[in-house]
Design a protein around this ligand. Structure first.
Ligand SMILES: Cc1cc2nc3c(=O)[nH]c(=O)nc-3n(C[C@H](O)[C@H](O)[C@H](O)COP(=O)(O)OP(=O)(O)OC[C@H]3O[C@@H](n4cnc5c(N)ncnc54)[C@H](O)[C@@H]3O)c2cc1C
Length: 414
């Protein structure tokens, strides 16, 4: 056993994974001092509604609060919000911080949780182009809402991934003209497959969204009013120009690792960690920034999904306590990934990972209520997609977790 009695734990990233790490540490009965550092000034909040109910104006900000942080005192942490972590020194075991309120500081730790998430990827070369939006933070969602309220449509959504699709659905449902532009031949091919992506594209078309596939963005048409500029349209690679007064860019996310440069941690599509989320002695990672060796799939994975933020945050907190106490590591962290996306009346849920083949095991895609089973290269079940079939999604995840056979999953989901 280590002689650390009440370890000093620093958590960088005061959002989903970081807060759940803090909660797990407290639930384990630890008397560690916990410093929770986050660069946003808001109390931690949930991001999924930012492209859905909150963007639509159906939810107010109070409803976004993350459950464990609704009563900030209850976590028993030293909150350092509005504070950037700008450097990590593993030799002296300190995190360097910078904040408007306190200036530069150094915070020592025995154990560190890295949960700095990811930020929205921007279109290269668009710095200074006005009326371009991303949706990652509450402030982004507020700005986008205000811009659309101010200028109205048409709205161009660049990128038909989940966030692009949700933003398009939110504004189209409110009667705005929406164009969705995707460079790939089908939406969602990074996560699902082309056939499933096309079902989603057709759902958008049925609602009246102008979906342009297989075409990239060349530039923007700008109205120059002297003292200010406004976007008028988006120039596409096929020579066409789509009219747009507001542009939303949803082309993926980049893990926030810059502050860890030179720290000695391996930075490769996030922070690399072993199968127990340990990146270095006394240093664990969790959430969108973590690229860990996933024991179930035998490869490293970075998962940008809400459930993973919750589960991996909790796991990382417990893993850190075991490491600090010199106790054996818990079982490796190997859940079946899981996410959902809401677009119009479609609740899309996906458990596991996509594979080269799939079959419909329940319902009819044409009716918008179905479950499909993905098989990996060896023909083993690896993913379950459920649209408007939440019970099938849950059962599918359970079956994948249990390692059920193709026949068993067919029976379960029939
Ligand atoms: C608009 C939107 C909709 C989504 N919808 C869904 C959905 O429907 N279903 C689903 O499964 N998932 C969804 N997600 C994904 C889910 O929200 C993320 O997986 C989750 O937020 C990850 O949590 P995290 O704590 O790892 O990272 P984040 O939530 O990104 O939090 C990281 C925090 O660290 C802060 N930070 C970064 N760098 C520093 C630094 N150097 N110093 C201090 N603080 C720093 C960041 O500002 C942020 O507050 C959505 C995400 C977005 C943005």
């Amino acid at each position: 056993m280590s002689d650390i009695v009440a370890p000093r734990i620093v958590i960088v990233g005061a959002s989903l994974a970081g807060v759940h790490a803090a909660q797990a540490i407290r639930r384990a009965g630890s008397d560690a001092t916990i410093t929770l550092i986050g660069d946003e000034t808001d109390q931690p909040y949930d991001r999924p509604p930012l492209s859905k109910q909150y963007l639509a104006g159906e939810w107010d900000a109070d409803k976004l609060a993350l459950r464990p942080s609704k009563d900030p005192e209850s976590l028993g942490v030293d909150w350092r919000l509005g504070t950037d972590a700008v450097g990590l020194d593993l030799d002296t075991r300190t995190v360097r911080t910078l904040s408007m309120a306190d200036g530069a500081d150094e915070i020592g730790f025995d154990g560190l949780v890295i949960a700095t998430g990811a930020r929205a990827r921007r279109l290269p070369g668009t710095e200074g182009v006005t009326d371009l939006h991303v949706v990652r933070s509450k402030a982004d969602s507020d700005r986008l809402r205000a811009a659309v309220d101010d200028r109205g449509g048409p709205i161009a959504v660049i990128g038909a991934g989940f966030i692009g699709g949700e933003v398009a659905a939110t504004f189209r449902s409110q009667g705005h003209d929406v164009v969705m532009i995707e460079a790939a031949d089908a939406p969602l091919t990074r996560v699902l497959d082309a056939e499933a992506g096309m079902l989603v594209a057709e759902r958008h078309r049925a609602e009246g969204v102008d979906v342009r596939l297989g075409v990239g963005v060349e530039g923007f048409e700008i109205d120059d009013h002297g003292d200010h500029q406004h976007v008028r349209g988006v120039r596409l690679g096929d020579g066409s120009v789509v009219e747009a007064r507001t542009v939303v860019v949803g082309i993926g996310a980049i893990p926030n690792t810059e502050w860890l440069g030179g720290s000695g941690l391996e930075l490769d599509n996030g922070v690399r960690a072993d199968s127990t989320c340990l990146a270095a002695p006394g240093v664990v990672v969790a959430g969108d920034v973590a690229n860990w060796d996933h024991p179930r799939y035998g490869r490293s994975m970075r998962v940008e999904q809400w459930d993973n933020g919750v589960d991996q945050g909790g796991y990382a907190g417990r893993r850190l306590l075991a490491d600090l106490a010199g106790e054996p590591a818990p079982e490796p962290f190997g859940p079946v990934p899981w996410f959902w996306s809401d677009q119009y009346d479609w609740k899309i849920q996906f458990a596991g990972v996509s594979g080269p083949t799939k079959e419909t095991v329940h319902g009819d895609p044409a009716e918008g209520r179905f479950a499909q089973l993905y098989l990996d290269v060896d023909g083993a079940p690896c993913g379950v997609l459920a649209v408007n079939r939440p019970r099938h999604a849950i059962k599918g995840r359970q079956a994948l977790t249990a390692g059920a056979s193709v026949e068993e999953i067919r029976d379960t989901l029939a």
